[in-house]
Design a protein around this ligand. Sequence first.
Ligand SMILES: C[S@@+](CC[C@H](N)C(=O)[O-])C[C@H]1O[C@@H](n2cnc3c(N)ncnc32)[C@H](O)[C@@H]1O
Ligand code: SF4
Length: 455
Amino acid sequence: MRDSDLIARYDGRVPRYTSYPTAPHFTPGTDALSYAAWLAELPEGEAVSLYLHVPFCDRLCLYCGCNTSVVHLEQPKRAYARMLMREMEMVAACAGRRLRVSHVHWGGGTPTVLPPDCLTGIMDCVREHFEVIPGAEIAIEIDPASLQPDRLEALARMGINRASLGVQDFDLAVQDAIGRHQSFEQTAACAQALRGIGVRSLNLDLIYGLPRQNEESLERTARKALALRADRVAVFGYAHVPWMKKHQSLIPEDTLPGAAARFAQAKMVRRVLEREGGYIPVGLDHFARPGDAMAEAALGRQLHRSFQGYTTDAAPALIGLGASAIGSLPQGYVQNAPTVPAYGAAIGQNRLATSRGVALSPDDRLRRAVIESIMCELEVDLRAQAAAFDADPAPLLADARALAGFKADGLVEWDGTRIEVNEAGRPFVRNVAALFDRYLAGQAQAQTPRHAVAV
Ligand SMILES: C[S@@+](CC[C@H](N)C(=O)[O-])C[C@H]1O[C@@H](n2cnc3c(N)ncnc32)[C@H](O)[C@@H]1O
Ligand code: SF4
């Protein structure tokens, strides 16, 4: 089938499945009390992961879909650092012991806009309240255009060993259109400086589908990215959701590439990374060098999906700290109040800042496993999954009837039990996962668009 026909058929709005149920289905019924009880029940012995959200940036990129805002004053940053540390104390008190931690991820926003003593102070606080195990991954998201030398020293003291650099596109016309200027040299110097302080694994973020992008410009960007020799590259499709992110409406819609152009751009970046760079495709939108832990995890079926996208982190619980941060616990998901004032108000009153979440039902757990397997491994055995959860496979098999169309289009192998998404189907893996999303089935999507386009 031709690309244009596939795009016409599958370019609906589907979630990225960084959780199941997805965040729009969280409700206030799961609150701080539920969260406190869940923390107290965390299984002994198994290490957990921490996610620290810093919702501040030095600049606001027009395409940005993250929970962040531009803050230049130091006082609110210091106040936020104190809130994070207080929240950590409360979480540790609820857990009732010093939890072992295998992964710490600093995300945002741009965490390095915090003053250096705040960064190191928060990390010291992590080590005080949690037992960060030797060899733990300590990762941070970095904007190469705003990394100051004093922050680099702080990162070294914090023991950061993995970093993710935002690039998006090196083309000047695209950078003008997205309000984000960043030269190749600046990015290369940042990568080199990070390697110099012991960062052993580097990731780059690229985006296709941005305003004024075309295949030629993206090909140049992808080749420049190769020159940076990153261990991993994430290639996201631009999610244009101006009904949720008002500043995105500053991007004129007529400068955005259409579905066919987006598809061709994604294909082209993939070709450069795989054929010229030797990267291995991982899931929907990641690429990793052979030998990198993520490449190994993908090959060894050990890959996972979390709010940060694909991860090698297999910890059973992810504790989210900070405004809007989402936690994933064995019992379900919790999300903190989304704004800094609402988050700060709760923490200031010595309350956990949970504003919504969802407790997992047995059906949610089964479908979550099915969807994670499709998203990470591109395959799943529906009967085996149902058996693992002691569940009747019939509802899954009923949902799977829609696979006939995917099979006829050459995107999946399907024998009535096992689904295997093939290479042609990889760009549509979310559409396959969505077949098993019970919440999506009941949603009138056309009237209330919540997700970005699939292709
Ligand atoms: C928190 S930022 C990365 C760190 C740093 N703030 C920076 O921009 O360099 C996370 C990443 O999300 C991606 N991103 C942000 N908004 C997006 C959107 N609307 N669609 C797709 N990807 C997006 C970008 O690739 C960005 O690098
Ligand atoms: S892309 Fe990064 S730097 Fe730009 S606004 Fe979003 S979080 Fe901030």
